[in-house]
Ligand binder design. Structure first.
Ligand code: ANZ
Ligand code: ZN
Length: 840
C-alpha cells in the first residue's frame, strides 16, 4: 500500500471540479435549492486559521446538500473597502486599490488550494465599481423613499492630525496616531432611518428560530425598547403663561418620582448651551465634559462630573418642592429628551453622582412597607413596593408606574412613551477607500442626487496619502462638478459610505447579478433567504442588524418580498493557540524560543527564561498565530479540513495543536489504506451492515445539526469497524459508504479513492447514501458470564433472551463447562441482556 499524496491529489481534483463547473449554481434549476454562505472575508493579506475553520464548516454543509440533491449556491467574495487599506497606503506608500487587489489574489489562490466547493463565477469585490455603482443606486432609492436623511452630528475630531477618527481609532480618549485628546465636532452627515424599523426588527427576531439565542438577545438589547413616561418640569421663575414646558425628561421608572433629588441635562442640551453663552464657567465645564470619545462605551466609563446651574424646577406632584438643575456628562443628548431626573436611591449612576455632590438619597422602593426607613447603602434598582411616596405607598413597582402615567396623562403634564435605544445609522465616513456617496451639493439647490445615468460615481485613482485627512477633499478636480439641477458650479460629496453598507446586501448580489441593476428580484428570491449563514459572533449586532434592516428597507420600497435575509445563523468558535511571554511581558513566537540546558524554555535572542502563557485566540499581537500556508503544504487540504472539524464542537473554541493535525493526517491515511482493500465481491456481514446504516444516519444527522465533531466521531467508529471486519461484499459496500460519508470533509481523498475503486464519475456527483431505520436498532447484546462472582466469559446473544434460554446457553459454553468440571451449579442468577452468574 502506498500513502495518500495530497500534493498530487489536491490539485488534480480541484482542476476536475473546475473543468466540470461542479459548483456553479444554476438559477434555472428545477431542484430544491440551498443557499449556504459564510461571512465574506476582508482582504487583509492572507487567509488565517479562523477563515479556514469558518469556510470548512460551510463547505461541508454545501457539499452535503449537493449530494442530497439540492441545487446549491455557495459563493465567495471580498469585503474590500475599509481603513486597513488606507493605513497601508500611508505606511507603505501603496495605493489602497493595488494593496487590496494583491491581497485578494493571494487569498483567492489559498482558498482554491483548500478545495472549497465555491461558485467562483459569482465572485464579487465591494471595491469594484460594478458592485458599488449598484450600491449607489440603492442608496438613491432609499433617499427617494425618505429613508436617507442628513443631520448634524458629532464625530471624533483629532485636533493635531486635523482629521475625523472612527470610534476604534480613539483609544482612552486620545487619537491613535497623534495621541492628542480627541474632541467632539459637529458635522453634517448622512443617516439611514433604521429607527423607523426598530419595532419590526425587534418583532422579526421572534421568527428567527434557527438563530442562536444569544445573538437574538444581543440584538434585542441593542434595539433596547423601553417603556416609560415623558414629562415636563417647569423652571422656578418662569412667568405664568410662558413656555409650558421647560425641561422635558424621560424615565423608565415613573414609580420613583417621589425619590427625585435633582434634574440633570446633557452638556449638549439647549439650556446648557444657552447658559454657556452667558457664563464662562458653564462653557468651561461643557468643554471638559465633552473631552473624550463619542462612543457610548467611552461615555459610560468616563468619570461622572456635574455642574450646578443654580436653576431650579418644580416637582410635578408637589408645587412646593424644588429640585436643582445640574449639567452632567453622563446624560446623552441623543437619547430620550437629553434630560432626566435623578433618583440616587434606585439608580447606580445617580447614586455615584449624589454621593460626589452631596445630594439627598431618598428611599422610595422597599421590599415591604415595613422597610420604608431602611438605610440605602447602595443603589437598589430592583422592583418592590412604593414607600415614602404619598398616594403610591404600598403599590408594586409596576402598579405605581402605571398609576403615575395615568395621573400624568389625566392632568396633562406627561404621557406614556416607548423609546428605543437604537439610533439612526450614520453612514458618512470621511475616508477615501469606500463607496462614494452619490450626491452633489449645490449652493442654490442643496444636496442633489447624482442622475442615475451618471452612476457609478467612480473613485479617482490619482490620490495621495502623504497627509492626514480625506484625499477626496484634496483632489484638485474630482469634486468640482456642475449642479445636475441648475447647472451652477457645485461640489461632489466627498464622504464615502460606511463599509457596513457594502456588507448589507452582498448576499443578494450573489444570488442575482444583472449588469444593469443591483439584482433581479425574482432570481434573487429563488435563493433568498440564505438557508445557513456562518460567521463570527463579533458580528452579532452591527453587521447582522444592518443586513436585516437593509433587507426590510428594500422590502418596504418594493424591491424584495423577503423580510429576513438569514434563515439559519451559526456562530462558530475561534481558533486558539498557546502563548509565550518574556519576563518583561513581550509576547514571543515559538520560533523565538529554544530549550535551555535544564530543559526550560528560553528566549533565543536574550537567553532569558520564557513563561508559558494562556491559550488564547490566535492574533498577531500575541504572536501565537499559525499560518495555514505551510501547514497546507505539509499535510494537504483534507487533513487541515478534518482537524478544523474534529476536536471541538463547532460553536466552541478549537485549540490548534501539532497533535491534532497529526491525528487528522493519520485518519486520512487510514481511509486511504481501507480504500486499497481488494474488492471481495461476496459474503454477508450483518453486524457490519448494521454499523454502515448507523454511520449513514449518524453522520447525516450530525451535519444537518452542524455538529461536525460528532460526524467525525461517528466516522472514526465506522472506519474502525471496517478495519476489523473480514473481506466480504458487505465490507466492500461499507468502504464505498465510508468514502461518501467522508467526502464533504475530505473531498480530495474521497475523489481519489472513489476513482481507485473503479467508481464512475465524481464522488461529488454521487448521491448521499440512505439508511434503513430498521437496521438502526441494536438486536444483539453482550452478556457477561460470571462463576462465583468472577468474570469468566462473555457471549453474544439476541436481545430479550429469556432467563431460561440465557442460563442454558451459558452452561453450554466450553469455557464454563471446563470451569465447572462436571459439577452441577448450586444456583444461577440471570440479569436479562446483561449477566449470568453461576454459583458453583
Ligand atoms: C428616573 C429613574 C429612576 C431612572 C430609577 C432609572 C432608575 P433605559 O432603561 O436605558 O431606557 N435616562 C433618561 N434619559 C437619559 C439620557 N438621555 N442619558 C442618560 N440617561 C438617561 O434608561 C432610561 C433611564 O435612564 C431613565 O429612567 C433615566 O433615569 C435615564 F430608579 O429616570 B430614569
Ligand atoms: Zn443647483
Amino acid at each position: 500500500t502506498n500513502r495518500f499524496d495530497p500534493a498530487v491529489a489536491d490539485r488534480r481534483w480541484q482542476q476536475r471540479w473546475a473543468e466540470a463547473e461542479s459548483f456553479r449554481a444554476d438559477s434555472l434549476s428545477a431542484k430544491p435549492r440551498a443557499y449556504v454562505l459564510e461571512m465574506f472575508p476582508y482582504p487583509s493579506g492572507r487567509i488565517h486559521m479562523g477563515h479556514v475553520r469558518n469556510y470548512t464548516m460551510g463547505d461541508v454543509l454545501a457539499r452535503f446538500r449537493r449530494m442530497q440533491g439540492f441545487e446549491v449556491l455557495h459563493p465567495m467574495g471580498w469585503d474590500a473597502f475599509g481603513m486597513p487599506a488606507e493605513n497601508a497606503a500611508m505606511e507603505k506608500r501603496v495605493h489602497p486599490g493595488a494593496w487590496t487587489r494583491e491581497n485578494m489574489a493571494a487569498m483567492r489562490a489559498q482558498l482554491k488550494s483548500i478545495g472549497f466547493a465555491l461558485d467562483w463565477s459569482r465572485e464579487l469585490a465591494t471595491c469594484d465599481p460594478e458592485y458599488y455603482g449598484h450600491e449607489q443606486a440603492l442608496f438613491l432609492d432609499l433617499l427617494e423613499a425618505g429613508l436617507v436623511f442628513r443631520k448634524e452630528s458629532e464625530v471624533n475630531w483629532d485636533p493635531v492630525d486635523m482629521t475625523v477618527l472612527a470610534n476604534e481609532q480613539v483609544i482612552d480618549g486620545k487619537g491613535w496616531r497623534s495621541g492628542a485628546t480627541v474632541e467632539r465636532k459637529k458635522l453634517s452627515q448622512w443617516f439611514l432611518r433604521i429607527t423607523d424599523f426598530a419595532e419590526e426588527l425587534l418583532e422579526g427576531l421572534g421568527t428567527l428560530d434557527q438563530w442562536p439565542d444569544k445573538v437574538r438577545l444581543m440584538q434585542e438589547n441593542w434595539i433596547g425598547k423601553s417603556r416609560g413616561l415623558q414629562f415636563c418640569f417647569r423652571l422656578v421663575g418662569t412667568p405664568p403663561g410662558g413656555t409650558s414646558c421647560d425641561i422635558d425628561v424621560f424615565t423608565t421608572r415613573p414609580d420613583t418620582i417621589f425619590g427625585a433629588s435633582f434634574v440633570a441635562i446633557s452638556p449638549a442640551h439647549p439650556i446648557a448651551e444657552a447658559l454657556a453663552a452667558d457664563r464662562a464657567e458653564v462653557a468651561e465645564f461643557i468643554a471638559k465634559a465633552r473631552a473624550g470619545g463619542t462612543s457610548a462605551a467611552e461615555i459610560e466609563t468616563a468619570e461622572k462630573i456635574g455642574f450646578d446651574t443654580g436653576l431650579e424646577v418644580v416637582h410635578p406632584l408637589d408645587p412646593n418642592w424644588r429640585l436643582p438643575v445640574w449639567i452632567a456628562n453622563f446624560v446623552l443628548m441623543d437619547y430620550g429628551t437629553g434630560a432626566l431626573f435623578g433618583v440616587p436611591a434606585h439608580d447606580a449612576r445617580d447614586f455615584d453622582f449624589a454621593t460626589k455632590y452631596h445630594l439627598p438619597v431618598r428611599r422610595v422602593v422597599a421590599t415591604s412597607l415595613d422597610a420604608a426607613s431602611a438605610p440605602v447603602i447602595e443603589a437598589e434598582s430592583g422592583a418592590g413596593v412604593a414607600v415614602n411616596s404619598q398616594f403610591l405607598d404600598g403599590l408594586t413597582t409596576e402598579q405605581a408606574a402605571a398609576e403615575v402615567v395615568r395621573r400624568a396623562e389625566t392632568a396633562g403634564w406627561g404621557q406614556g412613551k416607548t423609546l428605543y435605544r437604537l439610533r439612526d445609522w450614520g453612514v458618512s465616513r470621511q475616508r477615501y477607500w469606500g463607496t462614494p456617496i452619490p450626491v452633489i451639493h449645490c449652493d442654490r439647490c442643496g444636496p442633489v442626487a447624482v442622475p442615475r445615468d451618471q452612476l457609478p460615481v467612480v473613485l479617482p485613482e490619482d490620490v495621495s496619502f502623504d497627509v492626514p485627512g480625506n484625499p477626496l477633499d484634496r483632489h484638485p478636480s474630482w469634486s468640482k462638478v456642475d449642479c445636475p439641477t441648475c447647472g451652477a458650479p457645485a461640489r461632489r460629496e466627498t464622504d464615502t459610505l460606511d463599509t457596513f453598507v457594502d456588507s448589507s446586501w452582498y448576499f443578494i448580489r450573489f444570488a442575482s447579478q444583472p449588469d444593469d441593476r443591483p439584482f433581479d428580484r425574482e432570481e434573487a428570491e429563488k435563493w433568498l433567504p440564505v438557508g445557513q449563514y456562518i460567521g463570527g459572533v463579533e458580528h452579532a449586532i452591527l453587521h447582522l442588524l444592518y443586513a436585516r434592516f437593509w433587507t426590510r428597507a428594500l422590502a418596504r420600497i418594493g424591491k424584495l418580498t423577503v423580510q429576513e435575509p438569514f434563515k439559519g445563523l451559526f456562530t462558530q468558535g475561534m481558533v486558539t493557540h498557546e502563548t509565550f511571554q518574556s519576563p518583561d511581558g513581550r509576547w514571543l513566537n515559538p520560533t523565538e524560543i529554544v530549550v535551555g540546558e535544564a530543559g526550560q524554555l528560553v528566549e533565543r535572542a536574550t537567553g532569558a527564561q520564557v513563561n508559558r502563557g494562556r491559550v488564547e485566540k490566535m492574533s498577531k499581537s500575541k504572536k501565537n498565530t499559525v499560518d495555514p500556508g505551510p501547514i497546507l503544504d505539509r499535510y494537504g487540504a483534507d487533513a487541515v479540513r478534518w482537524f478544523m472539524l474534529s476536536d471541538s464542537p463547532p460553536e466552541r473554541d478549537l485549540e490548534w495543536s501539532e497533535g491534532g493535525i497529526e491525528g487528522a493526517n493519520r485518519f486520512v491515511q487510514r481511509v486511504w489504506r481501507l480504500a486499497q482493500s481488494p474488492i471481495s465481491g461476496s459474503g454477508e456481514e450483518p453486524a457490519l451492515n448494521r454499523k454502515r446504516h448507523r454511520a449513514v444516519a449518524a453522520v447525516g444527522d450530525a451535519i444537518e445539526g452542524l455538529q461536525f465533531n460528532k460526524s467525525v466521531a461517528a466516522l472514526y467508529e465506522f472506519a474502525h469497524a471496517i478495519e476489523k471486519a473480514p473481506p466480504s461484499a458487505t465490507r466492500d459496500e461499507a468502504i464505498r459508504t465510508l468514502l461518501l460519508l467522508v467526502s464533504p470533509a475530505a473531498p480530495h481523498l474521497a475523489e481519489e479513492a472513489w476513482a481507485l475503486r473503479g467508481e464512475q464519475g465524481l464522488i461529488i456527483d454521487a448521491e448521499w447514501p440512505t439508511f434503513d431505520p430498521a437496521q438502526l436498532v441494536d438486536d444483539e447484546v453482550t452478556i457477561a458470564i460470571q462463576i462465583n462472582g468472577k468474570l469468566r466469559e462473555t457471549m453474544i446473544a439476541p436481545r430479550g433472551l429469556s432467563r431460561d434460554d440465557a442460563e442454558l446457553r451459558a452452561l453450554g459454553l466450553p469455557k464454563v463447562q471446563a470451569q465447572l468440571a462436571g459439577a452441577t451449579p448450586r444456583k444461577v442468577i440471570v440479569v436479562p441482556d446483561r449477566l449470568v452468574n453461576i454459583v458453583a
